[in-house]
Ligand binder design. Structure first.
Ligand code: SF4
Ligand code: SF4
Length: 176
């Protein structure tokens, strides 16, 4: 079975750190849509190295409930970077890619919408063309169950933060 995979390529040299991508991502995912904008809720964050004036946009990836056991150190153009600087995971060792209100992990969903968008919002709003949207067709065995998995991950994170009792009580309140 063929599946269309969405990609966003990043041209770091073109990023000037305007952070329009962070603003529009958080606004697009606000409830209701566009009702607020908060970079802490964005699924893309721009890492800045002030010494070299480099900006690196990083997309939120998978949630992990444990920290890495080890750490790699990268040297790029003579400057040393901690592995965590460019990591896409929502993990317990930091607040990045975690909703500041609910504690839920954030993950880039490529701006899934109905009807589908022509391109993701961060790409549309990046006037410097640092973000380039592409689609590729690839062979897959079966459809990935993305939605239920995301829900499970979200619930698991809430249970870890607030306890199963509080989560169950909130769910019952919502149901009634
Ligand atoms: S909108 Fe584009 S140029 Fe601005 S910070 Fe984001 S990636 Fe960089
Ligand atoms: S593709 Fe959409 S969800 Fe992903 S970072 Fe860009 S604006 Fe946010």
């Amino acid at each position: 079975m063929k599946k269309v995979k969405k990609l966003i390529k990043i041209d770091v040299d073109k990023c000037n750190g305007c952070r329009a991508c962070e603003a529009i991502c958080s606004a697009f995912h606000a409830e209701p849509k566009y009702s607020s904008s908060n970079p802490d809720k964005s699924r893309i964050r721009v890492v800045h190295d002030p010494l070299r004036d480099i900006f690196v946009p990083v997309y939120a990836g998978e949630y992990t409930d444990s920290e890495c056991n080890g750490k790699n150190i990268y040297t790029v153009d003579g400057k040393t970077y901690d592995e965590c600087d460019f990591c896409r995971a929502s993990c317990p060792s930091r607040k990045l890619f975690r909703d500041p209100d609910s504690g839920l992990p954030l993950k880039c969903d490529m701006c899934e919408d109905e009807p589908p968008l022509k391109e993701p919002k961060c790409v549309e709003w990046c006037l410097n063309d640092a973000l380039i949207y592409e689609t590729v067709e690839e062979e897959v065995e079966e459809e990935e169950p993305t939605r239920p998995l995301e829900m499970e991950v979200g619930l698991e994170a809430l249970v870890k933060q607030h306890g199963i009792k509080a989560v169950m009580e909130t769910l019952s309140r919502l149901k009634s």
